[in-house]
Every structure is written in structure tokens, then in C-alpha cells.
Ligand binder design. Structure first.
Ligand code: SAH
Ligand code: SF4
Length: 352
């Protein structure tokens, strides 16, 4: 597909044309993956963060929240809960902390989860930018996938979203490090950011392609009241509808372009519409990350406004979600890692 074609698809607004776009992306998903969804139990292990991204509700500069770190024992219990409920895989996510103590904490937690699940649980980390030796320790402990969104692939837009000491090149370098350490590498962007153009989004799609990513995790930007970018912004029904539509179009275009990668149908879609994640699956997504963090922590981990399932416990989220997925004709890959096909396909290519 040419840039002009991608731009055209991303600018569609006619409901019938949009439905046709989602349908064709879904057909590509059926061909390469099938009508299947992989689940990852998400544990929000800590909201302590040294960074100050202008859009994020847990940025260091926000003093309107209680900072926490879940104990190792509780994280392991949440992961094992996901394992016992046949999720096949978990994601440990946190704010960014660079310290030997944190490195060791994550390392020993990963190791314990792997031991207690007999090495069978898939494990993804999403703990920000780290040095190579840190990623290496975590990889050796048993993590095999890593998510690090580039957030905005255009350096100028990236610069406008972050303070001066947040370095776009350093973030790209982290993606290269992860790749060199044989992680399945995921990245992505926020969609519908202030000042973001359709050309920026086309650039994002090309970035995914150039970096040959295995997994894409992206979602609509949702303003948060306690951030420089979100202060005073009103989430009107029209704004929410339009953000959701942009998110779905990006999922569809990514599926059409990249075919065999894992694409998350992210919780931010659900924050904009009750059935947002199901719509993401029908536009080409194949991964859902149900929250398995203990309910007591969820209020303190709000990256954006309107985070769903704040009071729901993991059991309720699981039953609710299973019903919804089955209702749209998809099946859940219970007890499987749900690894990225693309990862294995590219490995095979390099061996030949
Ligand atoms: N600290 C790590 C991981 C936690 S943040 C990191 O930054 O990589 C996880 C993701 O939340 C970020 O990558 C960002 O894309 C997303 N996010 C943060 N604020 C958001 C907002 N206001 N709207 C939508 N997504 C947001
Ligand atoms: Fe911290 Fe990640 Fe939020 Fe940036 S997006 S402030 S690094 S948690």
C-alpha cells in the first residue's frame, strides 16, 4: 500500500466505507491468525515513575495520587491467578524506575512466576526504558516479550509531548536493544493526540513496518485532568466517538499492512465505549489484556480519564469478557502463550 492509500483509509468517515475497511482487515486477521483472541493478565505493579510525559496521569509531577508498589508475593499471586484461570500469559507493567533495587525486584519476581508456573506462563514486561544489562537480566529470568511504545514516531511531535530530557533517539535505541536480546518486541503510539496529523499516523505505520515489530500496542489518546496536555479538556460524546474511530482505523490499517503481527485491542478503546475492545477485535486486533491487578490498587493507576473496571475484581472481569468475546464469534486461546506469528516467521526467514 502506498502512503496515499493509507492516508485515504485513515481519513474515511462514511459509515459504510468504515465498515468495509474493518471487514477487510478482519478478513486478513482470519487468514493469518484465525478468529482467535489471546489473553494477557495485566498486573500494574507500580505507579512510581521518574518521567514526566505531558499526557500521562501517573507522571512524576502529579501529586494527586498515592504512589504504590505491589509486593512480590501479591504480584506472583495475581500472575498465578491468571495462570489458574487459563490465561496463558501475563504482562507486568509499571512506571519507569532506574535503580538496581528495581531491577532486582523485577528480576526475582519474574523468576518466581516462572518457577511457580513450571515455566509455562508467557511473560511480557512493560517497564520503560532501561539499559541493555537490565533488559538482559530480565530476559534471562524468563521474560520473553517487551512492550515499549514509541508514543509518536515523528521526532517533532514526540518532542512536543515530552520534557526536553526525554530522548526520542534513546527510546528507539531501547527497541533495538530488546530486539538484539531476542525479545518479541512490541511498540505502538497514541492516536488522536493534539496536533497529530494523518501524515503523522502514516509515518507511525511505516515506523512499525521498518522496525519489523512483532507486536503492536496502540490506543486512542485520552486526556487526563491532572496533566499539562489534558487539563481543562472536556470529553464530549463526539470527541470520544471520534477518538474511538481513529483508534479502530489505525488497528485496521496496521492489520492490512503487517498481517501476521499481534495487535492489542487496548483498554483505552473500552474507556471510550463499552464495547470498544470487541470492536477492536473486529477491526483486526487479536490480543486483550484483562486487568488482574488487585482492585485496591486500580484507582492509583490511571494513565487516562475514565479507566474501566476500577471496582470490578478479576473474576468478574474474566466472566464478563469471555461472554463478550464469544458473542462476537471469536474463540479464546486458553492456556497458550499466544506468541506473535511474525516473530517466528521472521526467525525462520533469517535462518534460511
Ligand atoms: N512507563 C512505561 C509503561 C507504562 S505507561 C512506558 O511509558 O513505557 C503505558 C502506556 O500508557 C504508555 O506507553 C502510553 O502510550 C499510555 N498512556 C499514557 N498516558 C495516556 C493517555 N493520556 N491516553 C492514552 N494512553 C496513555
Ligand atoms: Fe511514566 Fe510511562 Fe507515564 Fe511516561 S507514560 S509518565 S514513562 S508511566
Amino acid at each position: 500500500m502506498t502512503d496515499a492509500e493509507l492516508k485515504h483509509l485513515l481519513e474515511l468517515t462514511d459509515p459504510e466505507e468504515l465498515a468495509a475497511l474493518y471487514r477487510s482487515a478482519y478478513e486478513v486477521k482470519l487468514r493469518h491468525i484465525g478468529p482467535k483472541v489471546s489473553l494477557r493478565g495485566l498486573v500494574e505493579i507500580s505507579n512510581i515513575c521518574r518521567k514526566n510525559c505531558y499526557y500521562c496521569g501517573i507522571r512524576a509531577g502529579n501529586s494527586n495520587l498515592k504512589r504504590y508498589r505491589v509486593s512480590r508475593e501479591e504480584i506472583v499471586n495475581s500472575a498465578l491467578w491468571a495462570y489458574d484461570h487459563h490465561y496463558g500469559s501475563v504482562v507486568l507493567q509499571s512506571g519507569e524506575v532506574s535503580s538496581d533495587e528495581f531491577t532486582e525486584f523485577v528480576e526475582s519476581t519474574v523468576r518466581e512466576i516462572m518457577e511457580k508456573s513450571d515455566g509455562r506462563l508467557g511473560l511480557t514486561l512493560c517497564c520503560g526504558e532501561q539499559e541493555s544489562r537490565v533488559y538482559e537480566r530480565w530476559r534471562k529470568a524468563g521474560a520473553h516479550r517487551y512492550l515499549l511504545r514509541i508514543e509518536a514516531s515523528d521526532p517533532e511531535l514526540y518532542r512536543r509531548l515530552h520534557p526536553a530530557d526525554h530522548d526520542f533517539e534513546a527510546r528507539k535505541e531501547c527497541l533495538r536493544r530488546l530486539r538484539a536480546l531476542d525479545y518479541q518486541v512490541g511498540s505502538g503510539v497514541m492516536i488522536g493526540l493534539p496536533g497529530q496529523t494523518t501524515e503523522n499516523l502514516v509515518h507511525d505505520l511505516r515506523f512499525f513496518q521498518e522496525f519489523d515489530l512483532d507486536m503492536i500496542g496502540m490506543g486512542p489518546y485520552i486526556p487526563h485532568e491532572d496533566t499539562p496536555l489534558g487539563r481543562g479538556v472536556c470529553l464530549t460524546p463526539e470527541y470520544k466517538r471520534s477518538q474511538l474511530e481513529k483508534g479502530l482505523k489505525m488497528i485496521a490499517c496496521t492489520r492490512l499492512l503487517l498481517k501476521d503481527v499481534n495487535i492489542a485491542s487496548t483498554t483505552a478503546l473500552q474507556a471510550l465505549a463499552d464495547d470498544g475492545r470487541e470492536r477492536g477485535l473486529l477491526a483486526g486486533g487479536n490480543v486483550i489484556m484483562p486487568n488482574v491487578t488487585d482492585t485496591s490498587y486500580r484507582r492509583s493507576y490511571q494513565l487516562y480519564a475514565g479507566k474501566p473496571s476500577l471496582d470490578e475484581n478479576s473474576r468478574q472481569s474474566c466472566d464478563n469478557l469471555t461472554r463478550r468475546i464469544l458473542a462476537i464469534g471469536e474463540t479464546i486461546l486458553w492456556d497458550q502463550h499466544g506468541d506473535s506469528r511474525h516473530y517466528f516467521n521472521r526467525k525462520q526467514e533469517t535462518e534460511q
